[in-house]
Design a protein around this ligand. Sequence first.
Ligand code: HEM
Length: 458
Amino acid sequence: MFTTLFRLFQGQKAFDSMPGPPPFPLLGNVLDFIGKTDRPWEVFAEYGRKHGGMCVFWTFGEPAVVLNDAALIEELLVTRREHFYKDSPCPELVPVLTMSSPNINNGEAWTKLHDIAPLVQPYAREWMERQRTPVLEHVRARARELAAVAVDKPFMVLPETEKLMFDCFSLGAIGRVLPQSAYDDFMRVATYGSDRMKASGTPSAELPPDGRDARERWIDEFSFAIKNDRAKPRANAWDLLATVLRHGTTLDDRDLAAELGNIFYGGDFSGPSTLVSALWLLTQHPAEAAKLRAALGALDGSVASLMACTALDQVLREAMRLLPAVTLWGRRVLPDAPTTLGGRELPAHTKIYLTSWRLHRDATVYPDPDAFRPERWTPELVAKSPYAGSGYFFPLGMGPRTCLGGHYVVFLLKLMLSELAGPFEVTCGKDQPYDAGQTFFFGTRMPAGLKATVRSTP
Ligand code: HEM
């Protein structure tokens, strides 16, 4: 009764019959998020448990729909996607990524930018596989340094992993490790971007002066590299820049520079989050870690054997299932066209959130769903659950807008894990709970606060 009055008062009759948490007058459901602003997906998963696969909650006077249902999410992202658009984090990230990124575009602009993105071109597979040697050498060298640190001096594993992955992206993008000053610029701009994603209200068009300067210096790193390569092409180089220039691109040089830099924004938070989650899970399950080490030890050193390693694939999938780095995002109904979802009418411009947090733990698909059991990934389950996403496993999104760097990041994570859970052993958060200091940064669940040590395995 009270809920109905609230909805009528808000003039949103469309939501009358939709289940959801009872809203307070004026406030709506904002109190549910107190103490949870850094983990809103937990609130949304709880809404799913109590109110089903599609429910409505209210932020003051604004309704938003939450999806915890595989079929409805598929409708939203795949089968009826043209009735919805990606509204966020678009204005938030325009001055960070610049307009060259498909991630923040819709409609024809998205199609055009997606189709010319270097990572979807036919040459991308060979480029990626050529990263094996430089990445492994870099990871091995850093792991050796960390193994030399006394075991009673554990280091904070997330920042270490972010820097390590940043270096791997640098090798992949331009064939050399970028200087610390570039990392500092990248992190400064990313922090502005993250703050903008978390703030409410309309974001400003531009970053504050120090952020804008850092972004320009960041893009300049890549622009200079492009200029040098154009003047003196590196015939045998296999980094992305050399590869793109060899094949040609319709991106102009400024946009190519921005897109090389955007690989880092795409993956340098979600990638390390995934790697640290996997290392933490392996630390808590030594028998699984031993199984993985034995399987890695039996590989012949080729890219093909690494990618075909079942134990490695199972560990990565299970980590991405249980602790997905990106577990909450959304769409809106088009501004001028009401539509339906799951047969229910939704007014134009309705905000819709989706989360994988609950579906990735659905007991009908994953028996004993909270347990870390890599072997649950049988060939049948793998066939139904590609990394590119399906109903109960979509750590990288789903449908045409699934993660554009998905192949690359899965490849990199496998390479890095093959070293850090093979010839080296990372003990990560041994006596710490997973959420020892978890934060929400750049749209990503970040397992901050965990400490680690490294040793070479016999
Ligand atoms: C483990 C690491 C990663 C995770 C968990 C992740 C997750 C995601 C998710 C869930 C989406 C879908 C968003 C949506 O539907 O609105 C997405 C899209 C995207 N990702 Fe990733 N990502 C990762 C790494 C990367 C990397 C390395 C890149 C580098 C290029 C990247 C670039 C993108 C782009 C450009 C999009 C937008 C695609 C589009 O709109 O067409 N991501 N990612």
